[in-house]
Design a protein around this ligand. Structure first.
Ligand SMILES: Nc1ncnc2c1ncn2[C@@H]1O[C@H](COP(=O)(O)OP(=O)(O)OP(=O)(O)O)[C@@H](O)[C@H]1O
Ligand SMILES: CCCC(=O)O
Length: 358
């Protein structure tokens, strides 16, 4: 049995899990005040503070930090890579320290796991980071030679949910064709063809449906006009696409529950925007169905908004004719990370090496 410390840094929280292999012993969510986070210019600047917070909560709960066999972090914006479990290495640390592929809270996962691993002489891993890239070449073509499509999505949860469905059906993930719909602060719709995500909307770059806080795809020429209007800085425009788009832009909240409450009170604007999001998600699922040429075993809906019977109802109305729709509300990224590291520690799977060419 391996005792694991799982670390999942998010934009407003750090989730921590203490696991014995795939069994949760205890989990904690450290919420971080926006004001406190705002004091850090860059995500990387939060490293020492978030590491100390993790140590503090474990100390307070009488859980010795040296008692772990490995430290496992959620992987961040790295070079594109195959799905799997990766040992944290120098190349990975360098890319994360330099934010070589951009800033994202999950960049801290490997860095914190490594810092603890070094301090206590244990191993550090990441698994299925947001940059898992299994795209078919045809899915990389954007329509403009200079701009290649890249894969950034909720790989950890999408893979975990797809494997869970396969297990429940007594099937092998590698034999199934699935469309996995992650409905969180960001939204990604992945086409899982026989165990590989051959197409997916990039949930960070402004592709696909809008989401609670992201714009999704936008009309390109008007966007260019906005960029050069002199009204906004580059940073402000980027923030509109990721952070202040979607529900936040139209309704001033990123909380789908608040939007539903407003709908229930007869707010027509809230109803229109909520239904528009469902409409765009359904259209993206329809597009995904064409990638699989209609041979779809199931459509799996997951993420926080999958708790909502209203959203699920709207989606089913439009896509249930394509395939059975199965709902997995929320996400279990801590468990997915624990399982990934245990497989390696028990010799069921080999850890992959980051930095080898893809
Ligand atoms: N019971 C519920 N009904 C409707 N919406 C819900 C419910 N519970 C959570 N949500 C919504 O889910 C969204 C957040 O989802 P989730 O927690 O998966 O996102 P996240 O982890 O912050 O971001 P991401 O999944 O993109 O990494 C919020 O808009 C929240 O309002
Ligand atoms: C795109 C993957 C994770 C996120 O929503 O930020």
């Amino acid at each position: 049995m391996s005792r694991l410390l799982i670390i999942n840094p998010g934009s407003t929280s750090t989730k921590i899990g203490v696991y014995e292999d795939a069994l949760e012993v205890k989990s904690f969510t450290l919420r971080h005040e926006a004001e406190l986070l705002g004091a850090y210019e860059k995500v990387i600047d939060q490293l020492a503070w978030r590491t100390e917070e993790i140590k503090r909560i474990l100390r307070e709960n009488g859980m010795p930090l040296e008692a772990f066999d490995a430290y496992v972090g959620r992987g961040g914006l790295l070079r594109p890579m195959e799905s799997g479990t990766y040992r944290v290495n120098e190349a990975m640390l360098k890319d994360l320290q330099e934010s070589a592929r951009g800033e994202h809270a999950s960049n801290l996962g490997a860095l914190i796991a490594h810092a603890l691993g070094e301090e206590y002489g244990k191993e550090a891993f990441i698994a299925d980071p947001v940059v898992v890239d299994e795209l078919e070449d045809i899915a990389r073509i954007s329509g403009l030679k200079e701009l290649e499509k890249i894969s950034i999505f909720h790989a950890l949860n999408q893979k975990a949910v797809a494997k869970r469905y396969a297990k429940e059906k007594g099937e092998n993930y590698q034999n199934l064709n699935l469309i996995v719909v992650h409905l969180g602060g960001g939204i990604s719709i992945g086409v899982h063809a026989k165990g590989r995500v051959v197409d997916v909307n990039n949930a960070l770059n402004g592709e696909g449906p809008f989401s609670p806080e992201r714009s999704g795809s936008l009309p390109v020429r008007p966007l260019v006009e906005l960029c050069f209007s002199g009204k906004y800085t580059k940073g402000e425009i980027l923030k509109m696409i990721t952070g202040k788009g979607g529900f936040v832009s139209y309704l001033g909240t990123n909380d789908a529950r608040v939007v539903e409450e407003r709908m229930n009170r007869g707010d027509a604007e809230a109803k229109l925007i909520y239904e528009a999001m469902a409409y765009q998600i359904a259209k993206e699922i329809g597009g995904a169905a064409t990638v699989l040429k209609g041979k779809i075993d199931a459509i799996l809906i997951t993420g926080g908004i999958a708790y909502s019977p209203v959203m699920v109802g709207l989606l089913k109305e439009r896509v249930a004719f394509l395939a059975p729709v199965v709902i997995y509300p929320g996400e279990d990224e801590l468990l997915a990370l624990a399982e990934a590291a245990s497989r390696v520690l028990h010799g069921e799977e080999e850890a992959r090496v980051y930095g080898s060419a893809k």
